[in-house]
Design a protein around this ligand. Structure first.
Ligand code: ZN
Length: 145
């Protein structure tokens, strides 16, 4: 039986090798970009928000396996969700990454994203894991502006 860490490693590798929702969206989709200079990660998040729901999301950019797999998992997790749930998920993810204080909002499920919780043990990689999420939050702000 493979251990939980092996399973997590497999999920991360799968998203790195077969990234979900890769590409761009034309306007009126919003575009937000994020950089993690510590590691050289670059992420672009394209968001289509209609009637308070994230109807489509695309990821572009490059970087390490943690940043790219986190972006892929994020895209799969938020597509089709309403903005409120997406914000709750961002908050819960950052809570798991120990960069947000307080009780996590457990109304949304992390699902595969739990595979990234091991990153917390490597503080320099936390920025890699959170990059896509901060960029997503920025995109949400733009779309609602
Ligand atoms: Zn990185």
């Amino acid at each position: 039986m493979p251990g939980l860490e092996d399973l997590y490693r497999e999920i991360i590798l799968d998203h790195y090798k077969n990234p979900r929702n890769r590409g761009v969206l034309p306007p009126p989709a919003v575009r937000a970009e994020g950089h993690n200079p510590l590691c050289g990660d670059e992420i672009e998040v394209y968001l289509q928000v209609e009637d308070g729901t994230v109807t489509d999301v695309r990821i572009s950019g490059q970087g390490c396996s943690i940043s790219q797999s986190s972006a892929s998992m994020m895209s799969a997790a938020v597509k089709g969700k309403n903005v409120e749930d997406v914000r709750a998920l961002v908050s819960r993810f950052k809570n798991m990454m120990s960069i947000e204080e307080g009780e996590p909002d457990t109304s949304v499920s992390l699902g595969d994203l739990e595979a990234l919780q091991g990153v917390v043990k490597f503080p320099v990689r936390i920025k890699c894991a959170v990059l896509a999420w901060n960029t997503l939050a920025e995109g949400l702000d733009i779309s609602l502006a």
